[in-house]
Design a binder for this molecule. Sequence first.
Ligand code: AP5
Length: 225
Amino acid sequence: MNLIFLGPLGAGKGTQARLLQEREGIPQISTGDMLRAAMVAETPLGQQAKAYVDRGELVPDDVMIGLIAERLAQPDAQRGFVLDGFPRTLPQAKALDEVLAESGRTLDAVLYFRVSDETVVRRLGGRWVCRKNGHIYHLEYRPPKVSGRCDVDGSELFQRPDDRAETVRHRLDVYHRETEPVVEFYRARGLLATIDAEGEVEDIYRTLLGAIRARVKLGAQAQGG
Ligand code: AP5
């Protein structure tokens, strides 16, 4: 299955993509995680990306398109993927079509996580992330068993610098301006399934799985399968 998770910051895309990876074995490809790993390792990509990410701006399209083309060529992405955080602009969406077409692949579905700006602000204000593997917690909604430590690998939890309130407000503006047109792009193509992402994590997971199965079945029927 070739899937895209689309939606605002803090909608729960990363939380759900990780569950889908653990339970269904579909690899999560998170451009945000890739950029943060490059920033920690201080690679040329990381050094270039840092100024954009810390300010809540988008990293330039040409950089992101090159990064995702390379990642989608790797062996584990050949049998399916969940793109989490890409595409975020119309040029990225169009470039993704070309990258997939070159390797004879198509998209099965685009899952659009719909939440209000108020929910985004509440969720990101309480988010803590594990330093080693990026496991995601929330002080109120998904607290770790031991304060400040990851349940899975025991590593330290930290708050992302771009989760500061003023940066979150700016990221929301960027989302509404640059990424909402991408939602309409996929809606017009008939690929979009909208998920109400305001509820409990496990309820949303069940809805998500149902929507993915329904879309994949539809696609198979359209191809006479
Ligand atoms: P990225 O890391 O992709 O950030 P994002 O899209 O802004 O998404 P988030 O990680 O903030 O949210 P999420 O939806 O994954 O929510 P989560 O599951 O963590 O990108 C960061 C930056 O990198 C960008 O700003 C940009 O600079 C750059 N970048 C990345 N990709 C790029 C691209 N393609 N082009 C250009 N630049 C790019 O959940 C949030 C919180 O809520 C957590 O605490 C979680 O525990 C909690 N939570 C989740 N679900 C629920 C629920 N149902 N109920 C209660 N709490 C919940």
